[in-house]
Design a protein around this ligand. Structure first.
Ligand SMILES: Cc1ncc(COP(=O)(O)O)c(C=O)c1O
Length: 309
């Protein structure tokens, strides 16, 4: 058991005490809002990447779901920084806002939203027996275009909500794809256009070297996605947000995924066929390196994205 301490509503408690009851409203109904943030040993010290943007996204999720969050963004920004300070060596922060009360009805009688902030290094604190396989999957993704389950839909729960209930359909589809030998999936919208992966945004590069990603209205507003859109021009690439049909992806020169956990990671096969020459392409490589340099504080123009603790 790790010796980390977790922030819960203003106090630090031992890791193993950060629990909720099995009948807690959020566990039973999927109403848990969360966000996942990366921590880096950057040039000028330990830094949390785009912390405020992540906390603002958590506040947006709570607003969409209707969770009455009792903290201001600034308070949670400070609490995250303090949690990282108290947990040296942490590489990630997970912040969860949930209704812990035991409830019989769908609508909670006690709408208190508890906030938990954990800062950890998953390799040290809860190592996986499949760590090597997971690492390989991040280096060369075999992607399946999921044609049965559509992605997040505005008329169900907007894709901008990072709430547990929003992940169930994607989990079912990704689990099936894993059993078929794929690493990850990309979901379509109700019109058959591409949206995103279950926990990552999608980008493609065409033969002319133009970068495209599905429109903001269709996807979770990934912080890495936004970073890539901003970084693309700095390496001489144009990036647009637009609808992308499934067939277009299959014939793209390069495809990659983006997300906090792994930054930029290349897709080398789609539906069993190689993307380009089946290796990471030059645009993907340039953007990946640029992103890595930014999170490590090696790009003065993007220092404002680092929250030093
Ligand atoms: C549905 C979904 N899309 C995209 C992303 C990538 O977002 P970010 O770059 O902020 O990690 C995530 C992150 O977990 C996600 O859950």
């Amino acid at each position: 058991m790790t010796d980390r301490r977790i922030w819960r509503d203003g106090e630090f408690i031992p890791w193993q005490d950060a629990t909720v009851h099995v009948l807690a409203q959020s566990l039973q109904r999927g109403s848990l809002a969360f966000d996942y943030i990366s921590v880096h040993e950057a040039r000028r010290g330990t830094a949390i990447f785009r912390l405020r943007d992540h906390i603002e996204r958590l506040a947006t999720t709570c607003r969409i779901v209707g969770l009455p969050l009792e903290y201001a963004v600034d308070e949670l920004v400070d609490a995250c920084a303090e949690t990282v300070r108290r947990n040296p060596g942490a590489k990630s922060v997970k912040i969860s806002a949930l209704m812990p009360s035991v409830e019989a009805e769908l609508i909670p009688e006690n709408p208190h939203v508890a906030v938990f902030i954990a800062a950890y290094d998953s390799e040290r604190d809860f190592p996986s027996p499949n760590a090597e396989l997971k690492r390989r999957r991040r280096q060369a993704v075999s992607l399946k275009i999921e044609r049965e389950k559509s992605g997040r839909r505005e008329d169900v729960i907007p894709p901008h909500a990072k709430v547990a209930a929003n992940y169930t359909a994607a989990m079912t589809a990704k689990w099936r794809a894993r059993n078929e030998g794929f690493d990850d999936i990309v979901l379509l919208d109700e019109h058959g256009n591409l949206t995103e992966g279950p926990t990552a945004n999608l980008f493609m590069v065409d033969v002319a070297g133009n970068v495209a990603t599905p429109p903001a209205s269709k996807v979770l507003l990934g912080i890495t996605r936004d970073s890539i859109i901003n970084l693309a021009p700095t390496v001489g690439l144009a990036c647009v947000e637009r609808d992308i049909a499934a067939d277009e992806l299959v014939s793209a020169s390069e495809v990659f995924l983006s997300g906090t956990s792994a930054g930029v990671w290349p897709v080398v096969r789609i539906d069993g066929r190689p993307v380009g020459d089946g290796k990471m392409g030059p645009a993907t490589s340039q953007l990946r390196d640029k992103y890595k340099a930014v999170v490590l504080g090696d790009q003065p123009g993007f220092e404002h994205w680092l929250h030093y603790i």
